[in-house]
Design a protein around this ligand. Structure first.
Ligand SMILES: *Cc1c(COP(=O)(O)O)cnc(C)c1O
Length: 401
């Protein structure tokens, strides 16, 4: 076998902060490395494997489609694509008029921004501090972290204004007659699992519409039942002009969707947005299977049940000195520490649990939505035990603050 560590380090330009594990297989909520070590995956591969790794229903759908045809350009019609659209539409027809199938989250964001510019004839975007929308040029402009924009300020600079997330008053001050769109995540993921106050999204919708700007809700991390409902905005009595899905939308095959209200959909014409892989039959077959599972097996109730269990089990973390706050929306879980979160995530990894950071002090968990209850149990025990040893380690080096 090739040595993945040696080859990747030698041939890939280093743009990822690497973790020293070569994951070579996965089954459900567990993954396995090249040394045969097993890990409970509380990352879902960054929110992609929402129904677990190698879900048999999705694997079968992909295999069957692969034998039929795997490529079909969007200029031709295709049955797998039609099936996927019908399945998605069962969840989304109440809110949206049309969709465009794309390949990634960032492309879905770019398309939303293009639409807002063209629809309004304006050229400014209002986004949120700590917001994350991806890293292509368009999406990056709406992403907050200045680290990602080094050397690109001249392109992304003036057109985007950042408002304090969760603060409707600040948003109101920043949206004006030049604003084409307000783009927000219903819960900030990358930015630290930040849950805005109830009413914030509703206020954002009113502020945008008062000024003739579109509201774009980036549901790439929050959508697909991550917070319980299909879209997180459903719990807030608001419908955006444009919404975005990606990550798990095609069961692990790269795909994204941009959704349009009737009003927003009027800008499109043939040629406005096309992409060679958009609506690819393989992704569509996997996506249709994903939607069926979200309809029949992984329901709002089942996600909320798991959410409650995580809540209860992690509750005692609050007694630790190094834990500042726990924030949970469905199966989006953030544990904010008073110290750096990366060393904790590394310790957890050694004990066989994969977690993510979100900013310097937040531990982020995005478990598969159908994680078995015994694994929730096992993972939570390891988290508690590891957090205790992290605290005592810091205590003994007098570094805890
Ligand atoms: C992951 C993510 C993106 C970017 O998606 P990519 O497929 O990585 O381009 C955009 N917005 C949010 C909220 C995300 O979580």
């Amino acid at each position: 076998m090739v040595d993945p560590y040696e080859v990747e380090d030698r041939l890939l330009l280093k743009t990822y902060v690497k973790r020293r594990i070569a994951i070579i297989s996965g089954r459900g909520s567990e993954v396995f490395d090249d040394k045969g070590r097993r890990f409970i995956d509380l990352t879902s591969a960054y929110g992609v494997a929402i129904l677990g790794h190698s879900n048999p229903v999705i694997v079968e759908a992909i295999m069957n489609q692969l034998k039929k045809i795997s490529s079909c350009h969007g200029s031709f019609y295709n049955d797998a694509r039609a099936e996927f659209l019908e399945e998605v539409s069962r969840f989304t027809h109440r809110f949206f008029h049309k969709m465009i199938l794309v390949n990634s989250g960032a492309e879905a964001v770019d398309l939303a921004i293009k639409t807002a510019f063209r629809k309004t004839g304006r050229s400014r975007i209002v986004a949120a501090r700590r917001g994350f929308h991806g890293k292509t040029l368009g999406a990056l402009s709406a992403t907050w972290n200045p680290e990602y924009k080094k050397g690109l300020e001249h392109i992304m600079g003036e057109k985007v204004v950042f408002a304090e997330y969760g603060d409707a008053e600040d948003l109101k001050n920043k949206v004006d007659e030049e604003t084409a769109a307000v783009i927000l995540e219903p819960v900030q993921g990358e930015g630290g699992i930040r849950i805005p106050p109830t009413g914030y999204l509703k206020a954002a919708s009113e502020i945008a519409s008062d000024k003739g700007a579109l509201l774009i809700l980036d549901e790439i991390q929050t959508g697909l039942r991550r917070t319980g409902t299909f879209f997180a905005f459903e719990k807030e009595d608001v419908t955006p002009d444009i919404a975005l899905l990606a990550k798990g939308v095609a069961g692990g095959i790269p795909a994204g969707i941009t959704f349009f209200s009737e009003e927003a959909s009027t800008v499109a014409e043939p040629g406005f947005h096309t992409s060679t892989y958009g609506g690819n039959p393989l992704a569509c077959a996997a996506g249709a299977a994903t939607m069926r599972l979200l309809r029949e097996e992984v329901t709002r109730e089942s996600v909320e049940e798991r959410s409650r269990i995580f809540c209860e089990k992690l509750e005692t973390l609050k007694n630790l000195r190094i834990v500042r706050e726990i924030r949970i929306s469905g199966l989006m879980i953030g544990v904010e520490l008073k110290v750096r979160s990366k060393p904790f995530v590394d310790m957890l990894e050694e004990k066989g649990v994969l977690a993510l950071t979100a900013g310097p002090t937040v531990v982020r968990l995005l478990p598969p939505l159908n994680i078995p209850l015994n694994l929730v149990d096992e993972a939570c025990s390891i988290i508690l035990e590891t957090m205790r040893s992290y605290e005592s380690r810091l205590g003994s080096s007098a570094a805890a603050g």
